[in-house]
Design a binder for this molecule. Structure first.
Ligand SMILES: [Cu+2]
Length: 142
């Protein structure tokens, strides 16, 4: 074996080592999140819906949707939308758009046009593009 053949072999194995290092580096991010680690505050939203206790009257009502980030802080400037569907078939859905009356608290008007059981689907998108949704049951008095 000449010195050149030996050098080529050494270089080739260095290249292989460098390539596998690169692969390890690109695969690493998936493993960096530890299960018990507290998520960064800007990685998710939480939604709390109030104003739905008891039976609501037929007609105009408003739900309150509180939007918080992962640190429990109010999320201002979010887009909050609600869709109401009755649990029985044959009814058109109703819609409401949230108005932020206090930081992170959105009043969502809904015009319940029939008594009975409704499912309200809340969709929230924050200004920085995070989304969250939640469904709540609402009873409307006939
Ligand atoms: Cu109905």
């Amino acid at each position: 074996m000449t010195i050149w053949a030996l050098l080529t072999l050494v270089l080739a194995s260095c290249q292989l080592a460098a390539q596998s290092d690169l692969q390890n580096t690109t695969a690493a991010p998936a493993l960096t999140a530890r299960p018990n680690e507290t998520p960064a505050h800007d990685t998710y939203l939480s939604i709390e819906v109030t104003g739905i206790a008891g039976a609501l009257p037929v007609g105009e009502s408003a739900l309150q949707v509180t939007v918080r980030d992962g640190a429990g802080l109010a999320v201002v400037g979010a887009a909050v939308q609600a869709r109401g569907d009755m649990t029985h078939p044959g009814m058109a859905p109703i819609f409401g758009v949230g108005v932020e009356n206090e930081p992170g608290i959105y009043d969502v008007p809904l015009n319940f046009n029939m008594g009975g059981d409704w499912i309200i689907t809340i969709d929230v998108t924050s200004a920085n593009g995070l989304t969250a949704n939640q469904q709540v049951s609402v009873q409307v008095q006939a």
